[in-house]
Design a protein around this ligand. Structure first.
Ligand SMILES: [Zn+2]
Ligand SMILES: [Zn+2]
Length: 338
């Protein structure tokens, strides 16, 4: 029989440990690091998350409608089809404002390290600008990046090259479509642009400045092969020089398509839905439809800036309607063939 003091001590220890167990471990409340890797033939692709933010569906989404005179024009979706956005989101168990991803993609060809888009840097606030930490966690350093290909000059794609105006990639050359550069660096366009676009012009100037001054900004003309196996494909509408990048290796292709889609659960079932930021909504819809149809036909991989991270998957056509098929998660990056 144990002495009474020992029994009391054991009871106390048991009580304390029970209380600790009841309190539970503190919750971590942080997401996993934002990178996801896949192989495309010999090319290594790393999706990098810059952050997520609530996408203002009701304020931003518009739809191309045919006017009485036959002309097509973008009209606020909430006005032309009240309840449509809500119904489409509900079909994916979502509601507005839906959390949207900002994705960028790192391409390691074995010869060169190329970053496609750069996130928002300091231009979107605390939600975003996490690309650099995710790049480092993924095993690379900013100084290793040789080239940065921008899909277009909106803040959430260009801001990451120079957060707070300081260049984040000391050895990189910036490539961007000449048409976007001409549009966004023109004071006349800035004066004529709607008010909500003004910060984009300011953000572009601040982000591009250090690279321009260092002679490391190299615009390209359309349809050019920028690197062996990587082609710039014009997909204008969202901005005048909006560009998608097609990467090919070993018979596989991946299209980094930029902002052809902002809210997948709405724009796959209804590609006529546009956004207020579209410079030319009619062309934006035409490009989206064209790329959807082609991608469904060729079964090429897609890497999307604003589809839920990692934004990698395929487009499928079912009875004339388009669907997004996210990539199946895998840890196998070097498949061996028997
Ligand atoms: Zn954009
Ligand atoms: Zn964007």
């Amino acid at each position: 029989m144990k002495p009474i003091r020992t029994v009391a001590l054991l009871a106390l220890i048991s009580l304390l440990s029970h209380e600790q167990a009841d309190a539970g471990a503190p919750q971590v409340r942080a997401q996993a690091p934002g990178f996801y890797r896949m192989m495309l033939g010999h090319v290594e692709i790393t999706a990098l998350l810059d952050g997520t933010h609530p996408f203002p569906v009701h304020d931003v989404m518009t739809r191309n409608e045919t006017m009485p005179g036959g002309e097509r024009k973008a009209v606020k979706l909430a006005e032309s089809y009240p309840g449509k956005a809500e119904a489409l989101l509900a079909g994916s168990d979502l509601s507005a404002p839906v959390e949207g991803s900002i994705n960028a993609f790192l391409v390691n060809t074995g010869e060169k390290l190329i970053l496609i888009d750069s996130g928002a840097g300091s231009l979107y606030g605390a939600c975003c600008g996490h690309l650099l930490e995710n790049l480092r966690t993924s095993g690379y350093k900013p100084e290793q990046i040789d080239e940065i290909y921008l899909t277009h000059l909106h803040a959430d794609h260009v801001g990451g090259i120079a957060p707070q105006g300081k260049p984040a990639f000391p050895n990189a050359i910036i490539r961007v479509n000449q048409k976007d550069l001409d549009y966004w660096l023109d004071a006349k366009n800035e004066n004529e642009a709607p008010k909500f676009l003004k910060p984009m012009f300011e953000g572009d100037r601040a982000s591009l400045k250090p690279y321009l001054e260092a002679g490391r900004l190299r615009p390209f003309s359309e349809g050019q092969e920028l690197s062996p196996g990587i082609r710039a494909i014009p997909t204008p509408g969202h901005t005048p020089g909006h560009t998608s990048y097609e990467i090919s290796s070993e018979g596989q292709t991946l299209l980094v398509w930029g902002d052809l889609v902002h809210v997948a659960p709405i724009q796959f079932p209804d590609p006529a839905v546009t956004v207020a930021y579209d410079n030319d909504p009619i062309s934006a819809e035409a490009e989206r439809m064209g790329v959807f149809a082609q991608s469904a036909r060729t079964a090429s991989w897609i890497a999307a800036a604003h589809i839920a991270f990692p934004g990698i998957g395929h487009v499928r056509s079912v009875d004339g309607r388009f669907e997004w098929l996210p990539a199946n998660y895998t840890t196998v990056l070097n498949p061996t063939r028997d």
